[in-house]
Design a protein around this ligand. Structure first.
Ligand SMILES: Cc1ncc(COP(=O)(O)O)c(C=O)c1O
Length: 368
């Protein structure tokens, strides 16, 4: 099969075996065989973050936003109040969801590309004792910033608020160990660093915290966390029609993750990132963020001011060479973005670097 190098932040490049896992004999998802597959997938999803003994997976048909919406709409009680961190498009999206449900909230808003100030957040938590939850993004894919997960979780513990972590683009890419990190609700999807196909999202929920949501009057049906969880516990099956083939592909992707191991995957991704940075430096491009804030999974690159530069033309040049690059998304400076997740490695990044240099030279583009 033709291989495309996807340098967008997911859906990411997949292995041929994950693609092939989509082609299975037709099966009714109410059959025991599919129920067994579902149960195996739920266990493997939580095992990626070592949460087997404390957490359960609740899986949804839908893109990542479905999981985020399920968690946000289902865990805050009527008299609860949630703190949100907005330093990128996905923090902002969490706020949009919360507003759509009319849930009491407060937003700590900083620029898209600004690093959260722990002292400022602590002041909010100290002063506003109505807060019961804190939702934030781990890897803010808008900018490639890794928000300070351990420090934010420490604040949650200190002020006794439940944590909801959107780990969409970090889960399986970076080590997240639930034996050490007290995350109450962690959300991700099948098509980013776990390297499956798009179509499912999951909430990995602390069992005690999840049980407490049973008495919260449901604000929705399809995306209700407790509703989906209790159904799957009772029957072993998805509550609603699952994306059958996507679940098969996810199962294969999970098996491949455990063969590669978390350490192996992170090392592969980081080597690709280091290679990318070498190429960017050679061309002379500027990075949006200081390196200390990088997730090393996605890099936001400041767009050249040169009149000869046009993102879509550059995109089309790469696309003709089977490489997909990605535009920016409202960060404090105009950027384009290069992700190094999925079934790619440093050699793909070397190819990208080569083409980038060639493109800038051929089109006489000044990098700043
Ligand atoms: C951090 C983060 N949260 C949420 C989402 C939304 O996921 P989806 O586009 O699959 O709905 C994304 C997608 O890139 C993301 O990176």
């Amino acid at each position: 099969m033709k291989r495309n190098i996807l340098l967008n932040p997911g859906p990411a490049t997949t292995t041929d075996s994950v693609k092939q896992a989509l082609v299975v004999p037709d099966i009714c998802p109410r059959e025991q065989e599919f129920g067994d597959l579902t149960q195996a997938v739920l266990k493997k999803v939580v095992a990626v973050v070592n949460g087997e003994s404390t957490h359960s997976t609740v899986i949804f048909a839908g893109s990542g936003t479905a999981g985020v919406e399920a968690a946000l709409s289902s865990v805050v009680p009527k008299d609860g109040k949630i703190l949100l961190l907005d330093n990128g498009a996905y923090g902002k999206r969490a706020e949009t969801i919360i507003q759509a449900y009319g849930i009491s909230h407060r937003t700590y808003r900083i620029g898209w590309g600004e690093f959260p100030d722990i002292t400022e957040i602590e002041t909010i938590l100290k002063q506003d004792r109505e807060l019961t939850h804190f939702a934030f993004v781990h890897h803010e894919t808008t900018t490639g910033m890794l928000n300070p997960l351990p420090e934010l979780l420490e604040l949650c513990q200190k002020y006794e608020v439940d944590s909801i972590v959107d780990a969409m683009s970090s889960y399986a890419g970076l080590p997240i160990d639930l034996r050490e990190l007290p995350i109450d609700f962690l959300i991700s999807s099948s098509n980013k660093c776990i390297q499956g196909m798009a179509g499912t999202s999951f909430v990995i929920a602390n069992r005690e915290k999840l049980a407490k949501t049973e008495t919260i009057p449901a604000r929705n049906l399809y995306l209700n966390l407790w509703g989906n969880h209790s159904y799957i516990e009772k029957t072993g099956q998805f509550q609603f029609t699952p994306p059958v083939q996507i679940v098969y592909a996810l199962n294969t992707a999970l098996d491949e993750f455990f063969v590669e191991t978390q350490a192996g995957r992170t090392a592969r991704y980081f080597k690709a990132y280091e290679t990318l940075l070498e190429g960017l430096e050679e061309v002379g491009l500027e990075l949006l963020l200081p390196k200390s804030q990088h997730s090393k999974l996605l890099t936001a690159i400041v767009e050249p001011q040169s009149a000869n530069y046009n993102f879509m033309e550059m995109h089309d040049y790469f696309y003709q060479n089977d490489i997909t690059i990605y535009p920016g998304k409202g960060a404090k400076q105009d950027t384009f973005r290069i992700a190094n997740i999925g079934e790619i490695d440093y050699r793909d990044m070397q190819l990208f670097n080569q083409k980038l240099l060639q493109y800038f030279e051929e089109n006489n583009i000044s990098p700043v």
